[in-house]
Design a protein around this ligand. Structure first.
Ligand SMILES: [Ca+2]
Ligand SMILES: [Ca+2]
Ligand SMILES: [Ca+2]
Length: 426
């Protein structure tokens, strides 16, 4: 099940992924023993909160972010944002790292390489630089490439080690990301931004109802610009403090409206316990516009069913008439039902979901692939089911869907690449 979550980690905006990993990996197995997601395709299993809760702007107080003693200086013209916590990073050529500090005597930079059997190694000592940004110790090397982490040892003027600084996970921001991320960023050095974690936590605390836990790991958030207005939306999902069969999962979307961090609620939605087994969250399927209204829909992973299917469902955020609803689809048999899909991997068959523009018309489709073994270790069958917006519903589209027989060893991703001429990257 790690695979499902890992697929999303390389995406630059998956800030809450670590929290989800902890919750899903730690709590998923326990949770699914108590809950069961029925496969019945009946009524929409959601209840909306009163509309009076939406659209009110909440003013942010002045929120201090914790200070940092490192710098990640990107090459000219690029922008980086650091998140909380460590993680593997690919350093673009020309990226500098530095430790701030006036009273230090020496700084050593160390790398933990990726892979096994290789020990930590010294990258080099820092060179002291003083300019209008203060005093810092810069590493001369700017060709770090892929490393699982970097840390620095700080020494005082008599050579005694006085601390270790771990460099965090960071991303290079695209222009588009920077446009909508900027209210949530604080510039620490030209081109180097710190993510305003404390502000985001304050927004989440204000958005969650009383009985929902504010401890990280029991909620999950994800940041995107769902409606393309350059103001970021925070998608928040959470479970109540005391899990149990009568508890309801909470999904909320807020928009940060200015650089002060004031926010406006767009909508809330409550998901009844029989429809999830864990904190709903975004993993490998990212928000994308599926119904051609220029607003992205949100695919959420809802945990495992009793028979080990991972559930994915699609939610639609409505900005003009604020609210969140679960999408409906038209299935292969022509029935309308909630947009809920399942993923499962077995030796003889597996089911996976993707969101890609499979017919290359500039719009994303929802794809479900079902791979089955036909002849052991010889041939497989891959059924590629395409759901496309038909003007009314996300509908199974027989014209684009295909069933293919393929050589054993090939995946449905190969089948999509060969038969549709597109590469699916996750
Ligand atoms: Ca927006
Ligand atoms: Ca849409
Ligand atoms: Ca398309």
């Amino acid at each position: 099940m790690f695979k499902y979550l890992n697929r999303g980690i390389s995406t630059p905006i998956a800030i809450g992924i670590i929290a989800v990993l902890v919750v899903v990996v730690g709590g998923g197995i326990l949770a699914y023993q108590y809950y069961y997601i029925p496969k019945q395709e009946g009524k929409t299993p959601v209840v909306e909160l009163p509309k009076t809760e939406t659209q009110k702007i909440v003013k942010a107080p002045t929120i201090e972010e914790s200070d940092i003693d490192y710098l990640i200086i990107p090459p000219a013209g690029q922008k980086v944002v650091a998140y909380e916590g460590a993680g593997a990073v690919v350093y673009n050529e020309g990226t500098k790292i530095a430790i701030k500090g006036n009273s230090l005597g020496k700084v050593e930079f160390w790398a933990v390489p990726t892979g096994t059997g290789v020990s930590n190694y010294l990258l080099g000592n820092g060179t002291k630089v003083t300019d209008k940004y203060g005093t810092r110790w810069e590493l001369a090397r700017t060709d770090l490439g892929l490393v699982s982490s970097i840390y620095a040892k700080k020494f005082d003027i008599v050579g005694k080690q006085i601390g270790v600084v771990d460099f965090p996970r960071f991303d290079y921001l695209t222009k588009e990301q920077f446009n909508y991320f900027s209210p949530l960023l604080e510039e620490k050095f030209p081109g180097f931004f710190q993510f305003r974690t404390n502000l985001v936590k304050w927004v989440i605390n204000g958005s969650l109802p009383q009985n929902y836990s504010k401890e990280s790991g029991t909620y999950y958030y994800y940041i995107d610009d769902l409606n393309g207005d350059k103001q970021p939306e925070i998608i928040i999902t959470a479970l109540p403090e005391k899990e149990g069969p009568t508890q309801e999962a909470f999904i909320s979307v807020v928009t940060i409206v200015n650089d002060d961090g004031d926010y406006r609620k767009i909508g809330n939605l409550i998901l009844e316990p029989e429809h999830y087994t864990n904190v709903p969250g975004i993993a490998s399927l990212l928000p994308v516009d599926l119904d051609n209204d220029n607003e992205k829909e949100i695919p959420l992973y809802l945990g495992l069913t009793k028979d080990n299917y991972l559930t994915v469902s699609i939610f639609d955020v409505n900005f003009s008439k604020p609210g969140i609803t679960q999408m409906e689809i038209l299935d292969e048999a022509g029935n309308e039902k909630p947009a809920t899909f399942f993923e499962k991997e077995e030796i003889t068959s597996n089911i996976n979901d993707y969101i890609v523009d499979i017919d290359k018309d500039g719009r994303a489709e929802f794809i479900e692939t079902v791979k089955k073994q036909i002849t052991p270790q010889k041939t497989d069958e891959c059924k590629i089911k395409v759901y496309k917006w038909d003007g009314q519903l996300l509908a199974y589209n027989a014209r684009i869907s295909r069933t293919l027989t393929q050589e054993w060893g090939y995946t449905c991703l190969h089948a999509i690449e060969i038969n549709y001429g597109i590469k699916v990257l996750y």
